[in-house]
Ligand binder design. Structure first.
Ligand SMILES: Cc1cc2nc3c(=O)[nH]c(=O)nc-3n(C[C@H](O)[C@H](O)[C@H](O)COP(=O)(O)OP(=O)(O)OC[C@H]3O[C@@H](n4cnc5c(N)ncnc54)[C@H](O)[C@@H]3O)c2cc1C
Length: 445
């Protein structure tokens, strides 16, 4: 008898397995593909590895202005992909070792829920006092666009053998934007199609406007308030009537939950959209727990990891999961990150705003990275939202999670000494700005 049986070894499943084992529980983990799940094998890590190659390539393209000469700059697409595979394989091996080091049993088979205390797979049936489903998600499909050699999803795109000369990307969420950045950096003609009236539909409007400007500068053709009506002889016809000739289409319109396949016997209660419904302790009506992409609206690895940590606390110590602030990040140059509310969400409230352009920073000028801003929004001296476009935005955002989550006063944050010259001074300046005391902004601006 195991204390906990976990189905799925992505960030949610493996984090939970390790934490429970650390707390003395006997754990069994089922995985039908690879440990690391979507994040390590088809998501966060492979895309960031490719993005890093693109970022290096972009840096060499402009290095002359920094007094550095590099001639005949080029790239080898297959090597970029090979490196991505090497990174993933290396991390996968380390992760498996890490999990095994905590004496977690791993069964590499598809698992099914037999009852709230039994997990079944090919090799047998396993009794578990608690069952946790962490089966993640898969790319959502557009019914009218059948997946084939021409129409790809975010898994297929990682298997390309050569760079397409042109690509139509449908959807401008994080995945669509990151791939638009990759392909435009490598010289493909990118067409970005978005149904909403702005890119990154969930972002603050000024972030959307700025990313549009940056992508246009990189020759990405943007079609907002638009969608693909049909594909005709390998040409994409949009609602607007525009016709796009592209070598490939990438469908990046979101992800849908994956649940154990025998769920057609309705073991798990699901929402209309097909993800498992859970209460505040991540428990489904069926009596099993569901965490990560399989049950969450916010499908991000760090959210899955956080839920796993809270569930481990609940299962071992009975502690109820608390609310927490989840940052969003879009990678590439420059990075984009935000947390809390957007300005449009605060409309109608008595909010304050300060937008600090990073071009005013010594560090940004030294690096030649002047595109971006730190935008802070506050209500009653408490930060309500932060929106950053800047190098290192993925790390800078963390400075704001603590004050948002703990409702710290902005007047207290002013007391924190920031190193000079750094991009973090942009955060400091925006805090000072909200207090009407900016240091490096012209009087009256
Ligand atoms: C292209 C792309 C880029 C991304 N970039 C980021 C990023 O930069 N940052 C970020 O935070 N998030 C990112 N994500 C999202 C992130 O990958 C997911 O939020 C995260 O992987 C969810 O973790 P999870 O453990 O819930 O599920 P998953 O990682 O999907 O893991 C679920 C695991 O369960 C296994 N499984 C499913 N059914 C069964 C079964 N019946 N039996 C046994 N095993 C089963 C699957 O094979 C899988 O390994 C990205 C996603 C994609 C697609």
């Amino acid at each position: 008898m195991y204390d906990v049986g976990i189905i799925g070894a992505g960030p949610a499943g493996y984090t939970l397995a390790i934490r429970l084992a650390q707390k003395g529980k006997k754990v069994i983990l089922f995985e039908n593909k690879y440990v690391g799940g979507t994040c390590l094998n088809f998501g966060c890590i492979p895309t960031k590895s490719i993005l890093h190659s693109c970022s290096l390539f972009d840096k060499f393209k402009t290095c002359e202005k920094f007094g550095v000469t590099a001639e005949n700059i080029s790239f080898d697409f297959q090597k970029i992909y090979e490196r991505k595979n090497t990174v993933v394989e290396k991390m996968r091996k380390s992760l498996e070792k890490l999990i095994l080091s905590y004496d977690v049993d791993i069964i590499y088979e598809e698992a099914f829920i037999e009852s709230s205390e039994k997990i079944k797979c090919k090799s047998g049936t396993y009794d578990c006092e608690n069952i946790v489903v962490a089966t993640g998600s898969e790319p959502a499909e557009i019914k009218t666009l059948k997946r084939n050699n021409f129409v790809l999803n975010s898994d297929d795109i990682l298997e390309l053998t050569e760079l397409p000369k042109s690509i139509a990307i449908i959807g401008s969420g994080a995945i669509g934007i990151e791939w638009a950045r990759i392909f435009s950096s490598l010289g493909s003609q990118v067409y970005l199609i978005e149904m909403a009236d702005k890119l990154l539909p969930t972002a603050d409007f000024e972030v959307s406007q700025r990313i549009e400007r940056i992508l246009k500068r990189n020759k990405v053709k943007i079609y907002t308030s638009n969608y693909v009506e049909k594909v005709e002889n390998n040409s994409v016809v949009l609602k607007s009537g525009d016709k796009i000739q592209a070598e490939k289409i990438l469908v990046a319109t979101g992800r849908k939950a994956v649940l154990p396949k025998n769920n057609n016997n309705n073991t798990l209660e699901t929402s209309e959209k097909g993800s498992a419904t859970v209460d505040e302790i991540y428990k489904n009506k069926s009596g099993v727990y569901v965490i990560g992409d399989a049950s969450s609206k916010i499908q991000l690895a760090h959210n899955a990891i956080h839920q796993a940590l809270y569930l481990a606390e609940y299962l071992c110590e009975g502690k109820i999961p608390r609310n927490y602030v989840i940052p969003s990040v879009i990678y590439g140059e420059p990075e984009i990150a935000w947390a809390g509310k957007t300005e449009q969400e605060l409309a109608g409230t008595n909010y304050k705003k300060f937008l600090y352009p990073i071009s005013a920073l010594g560090k940004a000028q030294s690096d030649g990275e002047i595109e971006g801003f730190v935008k802070l929004l506050s209500v009653n001296d408490i930060i309500a939202g932060v929106h950053i476009i800047s190098p290192e935005a993925s790390s800078l955002i963390c400075e704001f999670i603590l004050p948002i989550q703990n409702k710290l006063k902005i007047s207290e944050l002013k007391e924190i000494c920031h190193a000079h010259p750094t991009y973090s001074e942009g955060s400091f300046e925006s805090i000072l700005g909200l207090c009407s005391e900016p240091l490096t902004v012209m009087k009256g601006v």
